[in-house]
Design a protein around this ligand. Structure first.
Ligand SMILES: NC(=O)c1ccc[n+]([C@@H]2O[C@H](COP(=O)([O-])OP(=O)(O)OC[C@H]3O[C@@H](n4cnc5c(N)ncnc54)[C@H](OP(=O)(O)O)[C@@H]3O)[C@@H](O)[C@H]2O)c1
Length: 272
């Protein structure tokens, strides 16, 4: 697909990966619809993209609300008359032991944005793409969509849901000329960790050489429009973990519990 002139919706465009992807689509001459809650950030990005010579539409939307999703889609259609690319990127993680997560603010909210936001946005856009007989849907998954790690229970559940949803959808919509791609980044340096509430006793973290920038993932998202892929794990080295988790789950369980769960929880374990 030639990206120039295409109408692209990017959710979660106010920071991180979504912002980087939207900027990259702007560089390629797309008409970029920027959606998120922080409208000031979207407007600043819109100015930047317009200075590159591309058109933008800013839509303030809380992706956990169906009426906001409907408004985003109808504003896009009123302005541009079609939707060629949907990047379901908005999302966040609250990473703590399950019993510490707040049932509403942490658990329900993650499911509402990471799962329901993706499903409902796709549901609103799909009839347009079916009518066009073309389109590209790119869903932001995560390594957590393939491998469950302690403190990632709800986040992993949400990203596994995105994985399953996208796999089924891909097999539904291909005859209409619609591609569904999934991208699974490992750690990316964005605002994500500021919202995640991570508390660690050990220094367990993604090794520096495996960390990606938002720009690297943003560029990968744009590449997926040109060359759709069922699964893109970045960096590729994470595929080794996915392989081990699939074929040697006992080893991964034992290693994770010994090296992460017990050292992190040792004080609570032996507390009387
Ligand atoms: N960073 C990582 O290590 C990593 C790794 C793998 C996958 N991911 C995934 O990548 C995606 C983007 O994350 P990021 O790393 O770029 O984090 P980020 O910088 O925190 O960006 C998250 C984006 O999602 C938007 N968002 C959150 N809740 C929203 C809501 N209710 N309604 C509308 N927009 C909402 C935020 O916008 P507003 O706050 O303005 O609404 C923001 O634009 C997420 O799906 C995340 O799960 C991240």
């Amino acid at each position: 697909m030639d990206i120039k002139g295409k109408v692209v919706i990017v959710t979660g465009a106010s920071s991180g990966i979504g912002e980087a992807a939207a900027r990259e689509f702007g560089r390629e001459g797309a008409k970029v619809v920027l959606a998120a809650r922080r409208v000031d950030k979207l407007e600043a990005l819109a100015k930047e993209i317009e200075a590159l010579g591309s058109q933008t539409l800013v839509v303030q939307a809380d992706l956990s609300k169906l009426e906001d999703i409907q408004k985003m889609v109808s504003n896009t259609l009123q302005t541009y008359g079609r939707i060629d690319v949907l990047v379901n990127n908005a999302g966040f993680g609250r990473l703590d032991w399950l019993e510490n997560l707040d049932p509403a603010e942490d658990i329900q909210a993650q499911i509402d944005v990471n799962v329901m936001g993706v499903i409902q946005t796709t549901r609103q856009v799909l009839p347009v793409m079916i009518q066009q007989r073309s389109g590209s849907i790119i869903n932001m998954c995560s390594m957590a969509g393939l491998v469950g790690t302690p403190t990632y229970t709800i986040y992993a559940a949400s990203k596994h849901a995105v994985h399953g949803f996208s796999e089924a959808l891909r097999r539904e919509v291909k005859p209409w000329g619609i591609d569904v791609s999934l991208i699974y980044p490992g750690g990316v340096v964005t605002e994500f960790s500021q919202h995640a509430g991570i508390k660690r006793k050990t220094n367990a973290t993604t090794p520096k050489f495996m960390l990606l920038t938002a720009e690297q993932v943003g560029k990968a998202v744009v590449k997926l429009v040109r060359r759709p892929r069922r699964m893109w794990i970045i960096p590729w080295l994470w595929s080794v973990t996915v392989f081990l988790n699939r074929f040697l789950p006992d080893v991964v369980d034992a290693t994770t519990i010994k090296n992460f769960t017990i050292p992190e929880r040792v004080d609570e374990l032996y507390k009387k």
